[in-house]
Design a protein around this ligand. Structure first.
Ligand SMILES: [Zn+2]
Length: 77
């Protein structure tokens, strides 16, 4: 499903992650607490919902102690 929502709620963000919605790339980043990496919403990695936190920018994710995913390269806009 394609929409122009702003992904303001975690439910909206999680729906985008599940759908690998490329339109969400650059709007938020998903941080996986079990692996310590942060990803683009469209990353092929499939974390569990309870392990995912959301960050507004890669800098925020790094400040929270996460590192960039090697698969989706979330620092490259
Ligand atoms: Zn990733």
């Amino acid at each position: 499903m394609r929409t122009n929502r702003g992904f303001d709620s975690d439910d909206d963000r999680w729906a985008a992650v599940k759908a690998r919605d490329a339109e969400a790339d650059g709007k938020f980043w998903s941080c996986v607490v079990t692996t310590g990496v942060y990803c683009r919403p469209s990353c092929p990695a499939r974390p569990k919902r309870q392990n995912v936190r959301f960050a507004a920018s890669p800098a925020d994710a790094r400040a929270a102690g996460f590192r960039a995913c090697k698969r989706c390269r979330p620092d490259e806009a």
